[in-house]
Design a protein around this ligand. Structure first.
Ligand SMILES: Cc1ncc(COP(=O)(O)O)c(C=O)c1O
Length: 399
């Protein structure tokens, strides 16, 4: 039988990998990647079953351990991020939690940037201490604070860059170096940038996590997550943890995200262009007191963002004068832009982090993360920017 397995070249450019990376064709020679909706696999003999479980003959054994559609998504992501290996998870939070629990044990210590998504903060601050694992939070841009927070038992460092929702940028290369010098590993949550705009392993990150629910899906349809790491972390920490705890991604969601990757570069270019224009527009409005966008010249880490990202991303944060009351008035007056706590969609989505995504944080943690009462997070979609700016303009008038 003709072998239709795709020969993937690691030398292909990013756009080519997005379309072809990881593709494995079945005997039917389908154009589009196949969805293998199966929980298990069969064996021709008891001996074959035994060999498969012994791993002496690598093959798919059980859906919780692996699936051909999920494997294509993992391989494509590994090629895009320049990662030796990748493992998909059911959600972004499953990826974050699995990496932390698999990489740490009682007595270990983590250092994290304080500008974080509420659920990431929850896992670090509320879940890990139950297992005797301590976490220190530092201002992500303060390299001395990172150095000072390191302890002999520090094993992992954690950052979101850009962060949710304030778009704070962390110097990946500098923090990776601090981790390396102390025998620790740096985890970068790359959900806001996606591999189209930032590949943290190029700057020395040891582990990358994604919520593929966001820009990778790009159309608000399916949850998913991804862990990218080196072979030693997979073999020594992650593999058995994932197999036995089961945060597995559905083959159908893997297929959606695999297909979404084909348009990621195009979509991210447009998201960046639209978000840049919206940020510029917001910067000129008199009741907007602060605009945060990585490629906006006013962003405190603008130069660093330009050095480690290929575009500013699709999210803009801005603060309106008048705090929560004005933020709510503006949100309620919008006619085109939807109110939602999701982001990374083709549709523009507005969030008031203080009362939604970051509500469960303590006021101190919220302040450290830069989440104020007047702050709004706008995930800029793929609509005409004139329509988006018009909608914001009329809503700002009543805010
Ligand atoms: C930076 C970041 N990491 C992780 C997550 C969690 O992703 P998921 O909702 O897929 O679990 C989110 C969700 O908003 C996020 O913004």
């Amino acid at each position: 039988m003709q072998n239709y397995k795709h020969d993937v070249s690691p030398d292909w450019g990013l756009a080519t990998q997005m379309v072809h990376g990881g593709l494995t064709r079945s005997q039917h020679a389908e154009t589009a990647e196949a969805i293998y909706m199966t929980s298990g696999y069969v064996y021709a003999s008891a001996e074959e079953a035994q060999a498969a479980v012994d791993n002496s003959k690598p093959r798919f054994v059980y859906g919780r351990f692996g699936n051909p559609t999920v494997a294509m998504f993992e391989e494509r992501m590994a090629l895009l991020e320049g990662a030796p290996v990748a493992r998909a998870t059911a959600t972004g939070m499953a990826a974050v939690t699995a990496v932390l629990l698999a990489g740490l044990k009682t007595g270990d210590h983590v250092v994290s940037a304080s500008a974080l998504f509420g659920s990431c903060r929850y896992v670090l601050e509320n879940v890990l201490p139950r297992f005797g694992i301590a976490c220190s939070f530092v201002e992500g841009s303060d390299l001395t604070a990172w150095q000072d927070a390191m302890r002999p038992e520090t094993r992992l460092l954690f950052v979101e860059t850009p962060s949710n929702p304030t778009l704070a940028i962390v110097d990946i290369a500098a923090v990776a170096k601090i981790a390396e010098s102390r025998g620790a590993r740096l985890i970068v949550d790359n959900a806001f940038a996606s591999p189209a705009l930032q590949r943290p392993m190029e700057f020395g990150a040891h582990i990358v996590v994604h919520s593929s629910t966001k820009f990778i899906d790009g159309q608000g349809r399916a949850l998913g997550g991804m862990i990218l790491c080196r072979q030693d972390f997979l073999d020594e920490n992650l593999n058995l943890f994932l197999r036995n705890t089961g945060p597995t991604l559905s083959p159908f969601n893997a297929w959606l995200h695999l297909k979404s990757l084909e348009t990621l570069e195009l979509r991210m270019k447009q998201h960046c262009e639209n978000a840049g224009r919206v940020a510029e527009f917001l910067g000129k409005q008199k009741n907007v007191t602060r605009v945060l966008y990585p490629f906006h010249p006013d962003h405190p880490q603008h130069n660093l963002a330009k050095a480690q990202m290929d575009g500013g991303g699709g999210v803009v944060a801005f603060e309106v004068a008048g705090g929560k009351a004005s933020a709510f008035k503006l949100s309620n007056a919008l006619q085109l832009i939807d109110i939602s706590n999701n982001l990374g969609d083709a549709k523009s989505l507005l969030t008031h982090p203080e009362t939604t995504t970051h509500k469960k944080m303590t006021p101190q943690a919220r302040a450290a993360a830069g989440v104020t009462s007047g702050l709004l997070r706008l995930s800029v979609g793929l609509e005409d920017t004139d329509d988006l700016c018009e909608d914001l303009e009329q809503a700002l008038k009543v805010a």
